[in-house]
Write a protein that binds this ligand. Sequence first.
Ligand code: SF4
Length: 481
Amino acid sequence: MTELVAQIPREECGIYGIFGCPQAANYVYLGLYSLQHRGQESAGIVSTNGTNLYRYANMGQVAQVFSRSKLSALQGEAAIGHNRYSTTGASFLRNVQPIRVESRLGGFSLAHNGNIINSSQIRQELEKKGSIFQTTVDTEVVAHLMSMNRETNFMSALIEAFSHIEGAYSLILLSCDTLYAVRDPNGFRPLVLGQQKSGAYVVASETCAFDITETKYIRDIEAGELVCINNQGLKAYHPFVKRKTSLCTFENIYFSRPDSIIFNNSVYNARKKLGCFLAKEYPVEADVVVPVPDSSNVAAIGYAEESGIPYTIALIRSHYIGRTFIEPDQKIRDFGARIKYNVVKTAVKGKRVILVDDSIVRGTTARKLVKMFWDAEVKELHLRISAPPTRHPCYYGVDIPTKEELIASSNSVEKIAQHIGVDSIGYISLEATHRAMQNGTQDSWCDACFSGNYPLEPEQFGSRQKQKELFTEITSDGAQE
Ligand code: SF4
């Protein structure tokens, strides 16, 4: 992904929950740590000892937020956790998940990955009836809907609440005695189920969070499935009307870690096939194949293997660029690409280079990167993209810029090549993208950011507002414990 931190499409959350395990919060900490790539602005954990719920959440990455003493205060054998990217220009402590509420159904907590597309309307209706919201995140409407409906038991109230909700949600809830995991009927975002040797059940956004906590992957939580885990064991339900699935194509292209299994498939395999198919569709004579690290490494391996052109690490990424460095000033931002990346001149000087990346968003940083290669005196430079052109925004939990800002929405491939300054560009076709992701099931995919075919029409939620503008910002306050 050539765009810098402030410009990339952002996944919005990683979630992890565990039931039936001493020191549950410690496992959630480890799980969140391995899901850090899904959200880096805030982290939180809620645990229960069967009687009380304990919460700690704060701004920052997992390792910054939690200390040993904070974790030891999170008592109990069940816990859920959440990593978050804000969907507004800045993050606010009050919005940090998991949310914890008190209600007529008892205390409970929620952690959500996705985007509830009709949350604005639901919120307005609830506010007219007197609801007072504590946060500006879409997830809070679930808690209000549960509390306000007439169902008397927790699970019935939960199912009733979700009958009003549209959009993308992989969501976990924790009450004092049960862990619930829900995935929306379209199945936009991944959610996987695993079990530890001790018998403890785990749910997480990706299986890389299982490996670190010695958890065996059992299966995906299915689209439209509700799983309840408590001292009586695990029960699965399908309470929602069945729909054609719309698994997020971008998860395999960019967001998920290559060591994960999501959507019943290895991300590594899917990504490598993308590179291989890209080489078949857009071959070019060259001396080296160079990935834009890290998310394009595997696609570049696929491209190199298929083409027989050597794979070369010639672009070095600094892993220490933090959010503190993001857009402080236009003058500083102009150095952005150089702060994050550097070209190994000796590896590319005088050579014909194929640069493999997983998407171009606005094209601003791609242009700067390309200049760095020309400065390193490459002979030819060909850009190969392991995704189709990104032409449309996402409404299902990924912060992709507006259509007007996306370079591919109003420019031909030739024009983009000219603008960025490369000899050629080749984007993988949508057909080959889908072929690379085949997972042996009948699942279908969401590709709306490429095709504009929205599985849930944006009109259904009233406006074509940019996702990050759905809510207004609120003021930060002190740490919540
Ligand atoms: S629009 Fe794109 S990023 Fe959003 S869910 Fe669909 S494939 Fe994923």
